[in-house]
Design a protein around this ligand. Structure first.
Ligand SMILES: [Fe+2]
Ligand SMILES: [Fe+2]
Length: 137
C-alpha cells in the first residue's frame, strides 16, 4: 500500500494536496498492474499519472520561482529525469505486452521507476523546499 503520511508533508498546503493526489494515482497504477489488467488499462493509468505529474511539477516549480528558491535549477533537472523515466516505462510496457512479458516484470519496473523515486523525491527533495519556505516566514 502506497500512501501519503504526515512524514511526507512539505508544509505547503497546495503541494501536500497535490502529493496526496499523485500518490492516489500511483496506487491505482500499481493496483492495475497487480491485477494484471489489460495493456490499454495500464497504459491509460500511466497517462493519467503522467498528466498529473506534469501539472504538479509545473505548479511546484512556479512556486519555487516565485519564492526565489536557489535550488530550483537542480530541482527542475530531477523533475525532467523523472518525466523521461516515466516515458520509458510506457515504452517498456508496450514492449513487454507485445513480447508477452510478465506483469511481474512491469511491477518491479514500476516500483523502481515510479514508487521509489516519487517517495524519495517528496521525502528529501521537496521537503527541502518546505524547509526553505519556513525560513522565509
Ligand atoms: Fe519536486
Ligand atoms: Fe512534488
Amino acid at each position: 500500500m502506497i500512501k501519503w503520511t504526515p512524514a511526507l508533508s512539505v508544509g505547503v498546503e497546495k503541494i501536500d494536496e497535490q502529493h496526496r493526489e499523485l500518490i492516489v494515482r500511483i496506487h491505482a497504477l500499481v493496483k492495475s498492474i497487480h491485477e494484471s489488467r489489460c495493456r490499454t488499462t495500464i497504459a491509460g493509468m500511466i497517462e493519467f499519472l503522467q498528466e498529473y505529474v506534469i501539472h504538479h511539477f509545473e505548479d511546484e516549480q512556479e512556486l519555487m520561482r516565485a519564492n526565489d528558491y536557489p535550488e530550483l535549477p537542480a530541482h527542475i533537472r530531477q523533475h525532467e529525469e523523472f518525466l523521461k523515466s516515466i516515458d520509458n516505462l510506457r515504452k517498456d510496457l508496450d514492449r513487454l505486452m507485445t513480447e508477452g512479458g510478465s506483469s511481474y516484470e512491469l511491477s518491479v519496473a514500476t516500483n523502481q521507476v515510479v514508487v521509489e523515486w516519487i517517495m524519495a523525491h517528496i521525502a528529501n527533495i521537496d521537503r527541502k523546499f518546505g524547509e526553505y519556505m519556513k525560513t522565509r516566514g
